[in-house]
Design a protein around this ligand. Structure first.
Ligand code: PEP
Ligand code: MG
Length: 582
């Protein structure tokens, strides 16, 4: 039984067979073969061994010719290994007598050798482990051939274990079969993590290297509440988690039924709880949970995985679907936040040379550069606004000039629609994301030019603390509880209140319930969260008084380090709503 801890990014428990996607996206389709298939499977293994050896011979020749004999020798050693009768006999034996599939048997044997080498305590030999992994990949490639699995063609429930999943890959995960996923890389607020929340499947990221120990097919437990992955659990652990899975499902259902109606504190103050969505169909999840509307619609997901431009009609239809689903409740449509880790195929050229994509061409900067893209979207938003309470929001604003330029283009679009006699709404409120420190620092000035603020803590944290939100290597530097972040939030809330404009927190910080009393104590009355967090937030709010929340905020102001803030907030949450942590 192997237990790994990572960053819990989407709650819930799931148990199922592992589907491993390594860096090379290999999937071992089955662990065992039937007895009567053993001969044909052995023949397949022999063909694959021949194919792999031929490929290595070719590499040996190429390396020797172009780089020199000593480089060719690397592949000669690989060849020797793969032709080693003992190694081949071990694989054959597992297929013949244990009925392992050739893929699983090959992976099992090569991984075992790798582990033994690693454990010898000799640095030089430990380095050779990579040669064994290379051989494994090579052999698997030949074995899997056309059987190489595609995530999109799943037919059985699985737990996806991957080195990494891009946001596009995550967006395409089939919820009917993928029960949960866990990745070696990724951070708390990476878009992959956010998408896991959207798909409402348990997920853990930033686990560090662990796939080398797994072949696929093993039973895996994903504990998305505690951030734990358990591979090959023993019988007692498995039974314990089966029971916990049932309890957790029951508690969530209870919370959900209590989650209807408005969220009002015990001293009668209404707190608006909205949902964050990426796909139009999620609007239904928000409606089911009686969210107060959509506080953040990340429209760039219309583009991900696509290789073509989206037409105005495609935008319009998606927006109308969301607006109609939530009725008269507000829908904040955020203009395209493309770039960084959200790069659609057709725009790859724009970002190809970015040295540091998080600080590069991203978001509103892309829209202000590609005006056709921007205007198409703005037209669709203004047209969809006829159907309900639509608001438009610009992401990643860093200067007043950008706000003014974006508003100017919006005015142009209004004129065009008017000239063309197309039905639209002209008085759509215009807001900005506060997610770059320059805006938080000058919130007072920005507040004079917009109708609302929405604090994007995911980016605000990464840009304030200089810690990439997707990089587990710096996860310890990335912290919502850092006093600098709390100070910036305080400044933005004060500026908004002075200017009498509404302010929401739509970053993941507000989906983390321990922060909710603090945020309310800091003066926030609007929170936008991942849809599955709506019921638990309402529960916390209904157990809270504004006086208590303000006391919490005042106490937090005394703490000098994030760790103290977090442990204090955890303790307070337990007192306010013992069930909230689930
Ligand atoms: C944020 O940065 O907090 C935010 C909500 O935007 P995104 O996560 O889409 O970057
Ligand atoms: Mg952001």
């Amino acid at each position: 039984m192997l237990v790994k801890r990572g960053i819990a990014v989407s709650p819930g428990l799931a148990i199922g067979p592992a589907l491993v996607l390594g860096a090379d996206v290999f999937r071992i389709p089955e662990r065992f073969v039937s007895v009567d298939a053993v001969d044909s499977e052995l023949a397949r293994l022999n063909l694959a061994l021949d194919g792999a050896c031929r490929e290595i011979e070719q590499n040996e020749r190429l390396a020797a010719e172009h780089l020199g004999e000593q480089y060719g020798a690397i592949f000669a050693a690989h060849l020797q290994l793969l032709r080693d009768p003992k190694l081949v006999a071990e694989i054959v034996d597992l297929v013949t007598h244990k009925h392992f599939s050739p893929e699983y048997a090959a992976s099992f044997v090569l991984k075992r050798y790798a582990r033994q080498l690693q454990n010898l305590g000799n640095k030089y030999l430990a380095e050779r482990v990579h040669d064994l992994f290379d051989l494994e990949r090579n052999l698997l490639r030949h074995l899997l051939g056309e059987r190489r699995g595609e995530l999109e063609h799943l037919t059985e429930p699985v737990i996806v274990l991957a080195h990494n999943l891009t946001p596009s890959e995550t967006a395409k995960l089939n919820r009917n079969f993928v029960r949960a996923f866990a990745t070696e890389v990724g951070g708390h607020t990476s878009h992959t993590a956010i998408l896991a929340g959207a798909l409402e499947i348990p997920a853990i990221v930033g686990l560090g290297t662990f796939l080398t120990d797994i072949s696929g097919g093993e039973t895996v437990i994903i504990d998305g509440d505690q951030g734990e992955v358990i591979i090959d659990p023993d019988a007692a652990t498995l039974a314990e988690y089966h029971e916990a899975e049932t309890t957790s499902r029951r508690k969530r259902a209870q919370l959900r039924s209590r989650g209807q109606g408005e969220a009002v504190t015990q001293d009668g103050v209404r707190i608006h709880v909205y949902g964050n969505i990426e796909f139009p169909e999620e609007a239904e999840h928000c409606r089911e949970r009686a969210a107060d509307g959509i506080g953040l619609y990340r429209t760039e997901f219309l583009y991900l995985g696509e290789h073509k431009e989206r037409s105005e009609e495609e935008h319009y239809e998606a927006y109308c679907r969301v607006v109609k689903t939530v009725g008269d409740r507000p829908v904040v449509i955020r203009t395209l936040d493309l770039g960084a880790d959200k790069v659609p195929g057709m725009l790859k050229h724009m970002f190809a040379d970015a040295m540091n994509p998080e600080l590069g061409l991203r978001s509103i900067r892309v829209c202000l550069q590609d005006l056709t893209l921007f205007r198409t979207q703005l037209r669709a938003i203004l047209r969809a606004a006829v159907e309900g309470d639509v608001r438009v929001m610009f992401p990643l604003v860093s200067s007043l000039t950008e706000v003014r330029q974006a508003r100017m283009i919006l005015r142009d679009v209004v004129e065009d629609l008017e000239d063309q006699g197309v039905p639209f709404r002209r008085d759509v409120p215009v807001g900005i994301m506060v997610e770059v420190p320059s805006v938080a620092i000058r919130a007072e000035e920005f507040a004079r030019e917009v109708d609302f603020f929405s604090i994007g803590t995911n980016d605000l944290i990464q840009y304030t603390l200089a810690a990439d939100r997707s990089d587990p290597a710096v996860a310890k530097y990335y912290n919502s509880a850092d006093p600098a972040i709390l100070k910036l939030i305080r400044m933005v809330v004060t500026a908004a209140s002075d200017a009498r404009i509404p302010v929401t927190v739509c970053g993941q910080m507000s989906s983390d319930v321990k922060f909710v009393p603090l945020l309310i104590g800091l003066g926030l009355r609007h929170l936008s969260v991942t849809p599955q967090a709506v019921p638990v937030l309402k529960d916390v709010i209904r157990n809270l008084t504004i006086t208590r929340a303000e006391e919490i905020a005042a106490r937090v102001a005394d703490f000098e380090v994030a760790r103290d803030v977090e442990s204090y907030l955890r303790g307070e949450l337990k007192k306010i709503s013992p069930d909230a942590g689930l």
